[in-house]
Write a new protein. Sequence first.
Length: 67
Amino acid sequence: MKKATIVSAAAGIAVTAFAAPSVVSANTVVVASGDTLWGIASKTGTTVDQLKQLNKLDSDRIVPGQN
């Protein structure tokens, strides 16, 4: 299964779309179904715009398993 990675500049955290939310390491958060960029940005101390820019996203929508 391919995984999408979302990078957070402010907190230096990468977010990988896959299963349950958990901190894998100081640099990785696993995204669960129903998570949002706003929620991830809030938890990691960054903004949705920064997450979108760093990850070349066109919308605020993330989906576990996206390319």
